[in-house]
Structures are given as C-alpha cells and as structure tokens.
Design a protein around this ligand. Structure first.
Ligand SMILES: [Zn+2]
Length: 515
C-alpha cells in the first residue's frame, strides 16, 4: 500500500512538472528567478526570434504563460517577452499573511472604505459577525468580511478577538451524511452559491423535503426531488416532519416571540434583516400576510416575523413593557478625556502626587467609572450602548463625534467632572443651542439627574463644546460634580453616587423617547 502511494505521488509530481510545458496556464502568474548568468528575452518563443532584452542572474520575473519550454515573462514594469524556462527557478509560494479572526461587538457596525469615521461605508454588519483582520492603522483595523465579500476598515473598539488560532490552511466545507430536512417557510430560495447575492435556481415551498449534503457557515447544500442542487439558508430547514402551520394569534393587541428572531423588511426570508428581537419581547401586531406578521417594537421599528416563532403576549394591555423603555435605542456614552489627557483632578483631596489615590481621582478615571455604571443601567433597559473608549486611552474630540455618527446614535452623552473651587458644587447639563430638540433632551435628563442625585442644580445651559457642537446626533455634555471640592470628589467617586447618576440619565432618556 505504502509503496504504491509513494509511487503515485511521485507520478503525480512528475506529471505536474511536465504540465507547464504543455499548458499555457499552469505557470500562470507565478514568480521565478533567473538561474543563468544572463538570459535573453526574445520577442517570440524561439531562439530564432529577435532578442528584446537581457535578464541578469537572480532577476525576479513573473511568468504569465508557457509554450513548450518557453515561458512568457514580465520583468519590472517595462520588460516582457519569452525566455527559455530551463534557466528559471520557480519561487515557492509565500506563506499566507498572518490574520486574526475578530467579531463585531455591536450591531450596525460600519465597514468603511478608509481608516476614518468619515470614510464612505461599504455597509453594516451585525453583532457577532466574524471578520478577518489583516492590519491596524491607528484605531482602525483592515478587515475582510467573508459573509459579505467586503474589504475595508472597522474601528478597533468594536472588534473582539477570540484566542488567535495558529494559521492553518482553509478547511474545506464539511461534508455531512445526506439527510432529509424540511423547509419551514414559504418561498425559500434555492441558490447557486451559499450567499444571498447568488442566483436563485428555484423557490421552495414550506414543507418541501430536501436532502442536505453539505454545510457551510449558515448555508446548506441540498438536493431537491427534481434532482436540482443548490444552497439554502440553514435557518429555514428543520429535521422535523412538517406539521400544520402555526396559527397566528389574532386576539389582543400584542404578540411575543418564542425565540430570538430576525425582524425582516418584508414577509419573506428574502428580505433584509432589520434587527434581531429577543424572545419574550412585546411586539404590537400591525398586519398579517400568509404565514408572516408585521409587528412594531416598543421603539417604533416595524418589521416582519414568521408565524412559527409567534405566541400571544400574556399581558395584552397597553402598559409600556416593563424595563425595556430604551429597546432599540443606540446610546453612545463618551467618558471625557483619557490617556495623556487626565482632565481635571481632585488634587484638593490631599492625595499624594503619583499615588493610586490620586489616579483614582483623575477626571478621566471617574468619567469612565460613571459611564460604565450608566451603560449597565441603560443596557438593562434594552438600549444598545456604545462607549467611545473603554480603557484609559486618548481620543480626539473628532474621534468621539465620529463614533456618534458611525453608530447612528439616538443620543450621545459626554460625561465630565468639574473644577475649579474647593467649595464649588452641583451638576450642569450642556446642549448645543441651534440643535433641534437638544434642549428638550437636556432638560429631561438634567431634571431627572437632580431628582436622583439630590445635587445642587446649576442648570441646563447652552455650551460650545466640540463633542456636542459638531455632533449631528442629539448630544449632551454633563458636568456631574466638582472634583476640585474635596467633599464632592469623595462623593462622586462612590459607586452609590454613580448609580444615582445612571438612574437619572435612564429616567431622563426614557421620558425623552416616550414623547
Ligand atoms: Zn472634563
């Protein structure tokens, strides 16, 4: 057995070696080096042909084709022609560049053409989407998105890395033993390739039996009764034999989802996903079409869900759904300062310079703590919360504004603490005066902050800060107390105080969004 194998491999190898001389493609675009001291480049693949140039020993050429022992090459930008391939050494293929797989940590994450928040977006990817990361440029990562075939840039703050796997050759799609599955929706597209941009071969009806032969990232290769093969989304296949379609609940104003599910733009699996709704979420019924229901979320987003994932909502009254007042909202929180910019500090607390205690009273540190507390509360209320920074790093004001734009924030809040004065006290809330609705947002949040913290009310004020002035989204800047006042510095550093701030901001936002 072994001997035969080795002989076979040698034969294949020899066959491959011979191939270049009989095929015009085998050497296509491979690199080679010149072995001879000098090598003539000829106009045609024959020694009788005119010499058009000479290659020095070691010259690196690109082989574009072959005829017999002649190789068509290009050298540098200008030179090309035919050389005797006997005098070429083929270069080994370079190992693939080291890449990492990253995962989007937020929904609606922009993939941009360039490494900048103002660069054109190629499109958005949803939370959890795997991307291949090649390189970094400042706070941007160069990536490809295999599922979309995009190559572009993503802000590194929104990419998480699983442990970096050793570079391995691509694993071919895993064949699976053929098994019968059933289509769970009407009009499921059978496509030529495992991507939604691929050609539709046929539309499959609900209940259609298919033979699943291969799986590839969310897609299954199937064979249908007429012998055709193609790819379908695995989401819409079930191993269970089809049962009667689920009856769409018609009583009451609301339904809920039995599992986390996509809200689609229209009544069919072909439509774009608007967002993913969690199981148990209360949704308002809008209309019904075949097996699909049009629903509205608490945040006013309208989309379609398949009836097989719908159940009646147990409490069909008009009360706002508890605890999810910020569902569907994107809140960008900006902890002011960071890195080389410490902001103001609580020097007056008497902490020794360079001590841990001093660091704990730097504005950048307290800002980040406060924002983390706010994020927890807002997330629990259903909001998607994005932080401009999560570590002690320096960001420009423009970078902060860019996060607000790229994440399509519903509200942006920059968090700061104030100085000077060792007796100064209280909270200010700033908005940019010409921005529509921003004063309303500011007064709701401010009012609730004062209520919740019982701090001195320094008022809602117009402010000319870049993070709110250049922000196209409703934006606030909060000054949540004076670090220059030793008593107040001690207070605002406490978890209890930051909790109260979080509650106040949440109440203010809930009020703003409910109107
Ligand atoms: Zn500040």
């Amino acid at each position: 057995m072994k001997g035969t194998c080795v002989r076979m491999i040698i034969l294949i190898f020899l066959a491959l070696l011979c191939l270049p001389f009989s095929s015009n493609q085998a050497f296509a675009a491979t690199k080679a080096k010149v072995k001879a001291t000098t090598l003539n480049i000829r106009e045609k693949p024959t020694t009788a042909s005119k010499t058009v140039g000479k290659l020095p020993q070691g010259a690196a050429v690109t082989i574009q084709g072959q005829q017999k022992e002649w190789a068509k090459i290009s050298y540098g930008k200008a030179q090309s022609g035919w050389v005797d391939s006997t005098y070429l050494t083929l270069e080994k293929a370079k190992p693939a560049a080291k890449t990492k797989t990253g995962y989007a940590t937020v929904n609606s994450l922009n993939v941009r053409q360039g490494a900048s928040g103002t660069s054109k977006s190629l499109g958005k990817i949803s939370k959890g989407t795997p991307v291949t990361v090649y390189s970094q440029n400042g706070s941007w990562l160069k990536v490809t998105v295999p599922s979309k075939k995009w190559t572009g840039w993503i802000a590194k703050n929104y990419i998480a890395f699983s442990p970096i796997p050793a570079a391995k050759p691509a694993v071919p799609a895993a064949p699976v033993p053929a098994a019968t599955f059933y289509v769970t929706v009407n009009s499921l597209n059978l496509r030529e390739l495992p991507t939604t941009s691929s050609k539709v071969i046929q539309s499959l009806n609900k209940g259609t039996a298919v033979q699943l032969t291969e799986k590839k990232t969310g897609w299954g290769k199937v064979k249908i009764a007429n012998g055709k093969t193609g790819w379908v989304s695995l989401t819409y296949l079930s191993a269970k034999t089809p049962v009667e379609p689920v009856k769409i609940p018609t009583d009451g104003k609301y339904i809920t989802l039995t599992s986390d599910n996509d809200l689609l733009k229209g009544p069919g699996t072909d439509y774009e996903v608007i967002k993913i709704e969690a199981a148990g979420t209360r949704l308002e019924k809008m209309s019904v079409k075949a097996d699909w229901m049009e629903v509205k979320t608490a945040a006013g987003v309208i989309g379609w869900v398949h009836s097989s994932y719908i159940a009646p909502y147990k409490d069909n009254t008009d009360k706002p759904s508890g605890g999810q007042a910020l569902a569907g909202k994107v809140i960008v929180l900006d902890p002011g300062h960071g890195g080389k910019d410490p902001g103001t500090s609580g020097k007056a607390t008497g902490a020794l310079p360079g001590s841990l205690e001093e660091k704990a009273t730097l504005e950048k540190t307290v800002n980040l703590q406060t924002v983390n507390a706010m994020a927890k509360t807002l997330q629990a209320a259903g909001a998607t919360v994005i932080l401009t920074r999560t570590t002690d790093e320096y960001l420009t004001l423009l970078q902060r504004v860019n996060v607000s734009h790229s994440q399509n924030a519903d509200v942006f809040i920059s968090v700061h603490y104030n100085a000077p004065g060792n007796k100064s006290t209280g909270i200010d809330t700033f908005f940019y005066p010409t921005h529509v609705n921003e004063q309303k947002l500011a007064s709701y949040v401010h009012e609730e902050l004062i209520k919740s913290t019982q701090m001195k009310n320094r008022g809602v004020k117009p402010g000319n800060f870049q993070v709110i002035r250049d922000n196209k989204k409703p934006a606030l800047l909060l000054e949540l107390g004076f670090l220059s006042n030793p008593d107040e510095a001690k207070l605002v550093k406490s978890e209890e105080y930051q909790q109260k701030v979080a509650q106040g901001v949440y109440q203010g936002l809930a009020k703003y969004f409910s109107l």
